[in-house]
Structures are given as structure tokens and as C-alpha cells.
Write a protein of this length. Structure first.
Lengths: 66, 196
């Protein structure tokens, strides 16, 4: 699973970084900065919560292709 | 002075009547708190490291669901009580109740909207955020309907009884929250940009 942000939908509410600080940090304007690497298994549950909490639904949890 | 009190049925004589009143008032209080919390969740300035925004967001969800549970008991016990004639279909279809048709209908419409708002929120991740948002805005119509239903369809808020004070305190809370929402906007993003 990978976590992706749609930068057009994202309006820097920052809830995702509150819920998943292990994977998401915020830049100086409050926009999320995150790794495009596959998520470690133990973070997937909280990653789902972070994506669901997004006020604009800009964050999606995607299955790896193949 | 207390002649009418002496003729009131006791809790064991009319359990559903007492249940529908108490759960109705409790649901009103919980759903009013849920509305206040929902508005609070849109305000960045209310969040802090010890009380992050998702805490308000989750509390908003849980209080809403608890309110729905009380609302369910309120509706079922209203129908089961049977002292006044309220047809079963008036759970979902407004203007069918023989008892205080208009005021019961407002409760019916409010319940339909509550179901819509809660169901769309449970499947929110699979919806377009903008569609969910516009459905959620119907709470601003739902709450005044609930308020009028509370003060006009029962007896607990009549003649200045305590229910009226519960309703008025709730109206004050919602009014204050809406005022904050309108003046501060949905999310004070500029404050975050300007913050050091």
C-alpha cells in the first residue's frame, strides 16, 4: 500500500500529519510531505484513518500495482 | 396546586411515555453538542498539540452516533406508547401524524435528514468530498427543525418548563458556534501561513 496526496485537492488542513506523524510531516505552509515508498504493514491501519480524516479527501491509500 | 401532578401516570404505568420524553431530550442535547463539535472541528485555532483536530473530529462523530442511538429509542418508544395517535409511517414520512401534525412532521423531516447526513458520513471515503459537504450542510436546516419539534410537539418545553431552558441553552450554543463559523470562516488557513 502507498499513500498519495492529490496536491490540487489538498488545502493544508494538516489532520493527516496529526494522525500519521511516522510517515507524514508538514512543510512550512502546512502541506504534507510524505514518502512514495510502500507503507510498512504496521502503519496501514493508521494510514487509512489519516486518509479518511482528510477534510477534502485529497489523501488516498493505493494498492501497489501488480 | 398539584392536582394535575397527582393524576400523572407513574413510571411503571407509562414507561414508554417517560422513555420517549427522556430519550428525546437526551438526543436533542447530544445532537446539539455534535453540531457544536462539528463546527469546532472546522476551526484550526481551537486545536493544540494536546488536543489535536482529529480529537474534535472523532468526538464529533462519536457524539453524533450516540445521539442517533437515543433518537432511535425516542422514535420507537413514541410509536409503542400509543397514548397519542402517530402512525408508524410517520417515522419516515412527514405529515401523517394525527397528533400535532406539523410539529411531529418537523421531527420526521429532521430524522430523515439525520439519517442522510450520518449514512453519507459513514461512506464518506467513497464519495466526492464536495457532495458529502453539501449533504452535511443540511444540518443547518436540520437543527432548527429539531428545536421547533422539541419545543412544540411535547409538553416538557411548554409553559416555561425545564425543557424550554434546555432548548434555549442549546440554541445559544448553536448560535454562538454558527457566529464563530461565519466570522472566522471554515479554516483559518491564513493564520497558519502567517504563523512563524
Amino acid at each position: 500500500m502507498r499513500l498519495r496526496v492529490n496536491p490540487i485537492d489538498c488545502t493544508a488542513h494538516g489532520l493527516c500529519a496529526e494522525l500519521l506523524p511516522e510517515w507524514i510531516s508538514l512543510d512550512e505552509w502546512g502541506y504534507p510531505v510524505l514518502d512514495d515508498q510502500p507503507l510498512p504493514a504496521q502503519l496501514v491501519k493508521n494510514a487509512k484513518r489519516a486518509a479518511a480524516a482528510c477534510p477534502t479527501l485529497a489523501m488516498k491509500l493505493l494498492r501497489d500495482e501488480g | 396546586m398539584s392536582i394535575s401532578v397527582a393524576t400523572l401516570p407513574t413510571l411503571t404505568q407509562a414507561p414508554y411515555w417517560y422513555l420517549t420524553r427522556s430519550t428525546g431530550i437526551t438526543a436533542f442535547v447530544l445532537l446539539t453538542l455534535a453540531m457544536g463539535l462539528g463546527i469546532a472541528a472546522t476551526q484550526r485555532t481551537l486545536a493544540s498539540p494536546s488536543w489535536p483536530r482529529f480529537a474534535t473530529q472523532n468526538l464529533h462523530r462519536n457524539v453524533s452516533l450516540l445521539g442517533l442511538a437515543f433518537l432511535g429509542v425516542h422514535i420507537v418508544t413514541t410509536l409503542v406508547d400509543g397514548y397519542v395517535t402517530i402512525t408508524n409511517w410517520s417515522v419516515l414520512v412527514p405529515f401523517l401524524s394525527e397528533y400535532r401534525r406539523l410539529w411531529v412532521a418537523l421531527g420526521t423531516i429532521a430524522f430523515d435528514l439525520t439519517l442522510l447526513v450520518i449514512v453519507t458520513s459513514l461512506i464518506r471515503s467513497r464519495m466526492k468530498a464536495q457532495v458529502w459537504r453539501w449533504v452535511h450542510y443540511s444540518v443547518y436546516a436540520l437543527w432548527p427543525l429539531t428545536f421547533l419539534h422539541f419545543i412544540k410537539s411535547g409538553t416538557d418545553a411548554a409553559h416555561g418548563r425545564f425543557g424550554l431552558w434546555v432548548a434555549l441553552v442549546g440554541a445559544g450554543l448553536v448560535g454562538a458556534a454558527v457566529a464563530v463559523r461565519v466570522t472566522a470562516g471554515e479554516d483559518d488557513r491564513q493564520a497558519a501561513v502567517l504563523a512563524p
